[in-house]
Design a protein around this ligand. Structure first.
Ligand SMILES: Cc1ncc(COP(=O)(O)O)c(C=O)c1O
Length: 465
């Protein structure tokens, strides 16, 4: 789709050259998009508009962009890592909070939007993370973007891991034009960039940005070495803990805990949208100054409505569970499931990337193959997500399977058959289109290789609209 958008831009550019005196219509130039998108829909190749019907759970009912039934099946596409989204105690915390506080705080944190549960949540996060100050944000996206904007001035420099989340890259580009990208996880590349900046200027501020578990690759940086390098070059380190906080580590504190770096990283941030089953995010550090700078000069905190009391109460309850023996048990189940799912995809000849975590990324090569496999997984009765350029490199498209603590091993075994069939069906369909991406000699043999619109495969889909 990124390529299609840039193709449309090229057409528009050609039109601008052809008719230099005609003003370009910002809305008009998007007119071709719906027809192309509808076609993707019809062939089951729109992987970015799925909607879930009912609760997030290990099975899900999913509809497409136009509300047509797509699949009801085993769900490897949700970020409810410890299966807490429908936990009775968590749901009760939400309803109790609504009963007590209503549904809305009616302001940003700077305008009375903090409430009793969010104040308590900030305190508890400080205690857990062993840091003195914490600020909440309405989204994790805003936390990453906002922390960078609050820390970095236009004269400062940012050195950022290539695969960092979009919120971090966008925050970096908005904060300064001095953004340097280092190769993913590479300490040599990080040091090279730091050295170059310092050689040019002894006194500029530098922010180093990375994540503690990268969700596109399921891999982890050496955080101690990152922090040491940052100190050596007079830089500040910021780590995004969105994916491992709560879901990994003996006490749920992720790679920071596993690397004995708790309370030792300059700035940490996270999102509640995975393990903590709520919208929201946080930034924590040992600096009351940063907390106040965020309060008054950070768009997504200062000028955006604060988390609601129910959201803060949900996160508080989740935090209690995450820190309890139940949390440890759920993390163990999650880890077991991740290992089992990784074995399933490896047995099918497509080993997952990285280490066992809630995210199981499976490389598919081209975007086309990835979407095709994803379509046949849906048809087979399972749900998962796909990621492609520009979120990952070209030819680096991958399925992003996400496991939950409540998946049974039977769910994962069920996926084995669905996945193996989907790979063969996708490669057969691609071969029928003359694409040379089919893997393995027998790919495509047992299946009808002509790709038909979904409506001709399953008329029930149409009937149910
Ligand atoms: C690494 C990382 N940081 C930040 C975010 C943004 O979090 P949220 O969904 O809470 O806005 C995400 C979520 O996709 C993420 O994966």
């Amino acid at each position: 789709m990124a390529d299609y958008l840039s193709y449309m831009d090229q057409l528009n550019e050609a039109e601008r050259i052809r008719a230099p005196d005609t003003p370009e219509s910002l809305i008009g130039r998007l007119a071709a998009l719906p027809a192309a998108w509808d076609m993707l829909d019809d062939y089951g190749l729109d992987v970015y508009s799925k909607q879930i019907v009912g609760r997030v759970a290990t099975t899900a009912e999913v509809r497409d962009r136009r509300g047509r039934p797509m699949v009801t099946g085993v769900n490897f596409g949700s970020q409810d890592y410890l299966s807490l989204a429908s936990h009775p105690a968590v749901m009760k915390a939400a309803t109790d909070a609504i009963e007590r506080y209503g549904v809305h705080v009616g302001g940003s944190a700077a305008l009375m939007g903090n409430c009793a549960p969010s104040w308590l949540l900030e305190k508890q996060l400080c205690d857990w993370l062993q840091l003195s100050d914490c600020s909440l944000f309405p989204t994790g996206w805003g936390a990453g973007y906002g922390a960078i904007r609050a820390l970095v001035r236009p004269r400062d420099h940012i050195v950022i891991d290539r695969l960092s989340h979009a919120s971090l890259h966008e925050g970096a580009r908005a904060a300064t034009r001095h953004v340097h990208v280092f190769n993913h996880l590479s300490l040599e590349s990080l040091e090279r960039q730091l050295k170059l900046v310092r050689e040019r200027s002894a006194n500029v501020g530098i922010l180093v940005v990375t994540e503690s578990l990268f969700s596109m690759d399921s891999d982890v940086p050496d955080l101690r070495a990152h922090q040491e390098l940052a100190r050596r070059y007079g830089a500040t380190l910021m780590v995004d803990m969105a994916h491992d906080l709560g879901s990994m580590g003996a006490n749920g504190l992720g790679a920071l805990e596993q690397q004995d770096m708790l309370g030792k990283v300059d700035v940490v941030m996270g999102s509640f949208s995975k393990t903590f089953t709520s919208n929201g995010g946080f930034v924590a550090c040992n600096s009351p100054g940063l907390k106040l700078a965020i309060r008054f000069g950070c768009g997504p905190h200062t000028f955006s409505n604060a988390m609601s009391p129910a959201q803060a109460s949900v996160v508080l309850k989740n935090l209690e569970i995450v820190r309890s023996s139940e949390g440890a048990h759920r993390r163990a189940l999650l880890q077991r499931n991740s290992v089992a799912l990784r074995k399933v995809v490896a047995d099918a000849g497509t080993p997952a990337m990285g280490i066992p975590s809630a995210v199981v990324p499976v490389p598919m090569g081209s975007t086309g193959r990835c979407r095709m496999v994803s379509r046949f997984i849906s048809e087979g009765g399972a749900v998962c997500n796909a990621v492609e350029y520009p979120a990952v490199p070209r030819e680096g498209a991958r399925l992003r399977l996400q496991v939950m603590a409540d998946h049974a091993l039977e769910d994962i075994e069920l996926f084995r058959g669905i996945y193996t069939r989907a790979l063969a069906q996708a490669d057969a369909a691609l071969a029928a289109f003359g694409c040379s991406e089919a893997l393995g000699e027998d790919a495509g043999e047992p299946y009808d290789s002509a790709l038909a619109p979904l409506s001709t495969i399953d008329p029930v889909l149409q009937a149910e609209i």
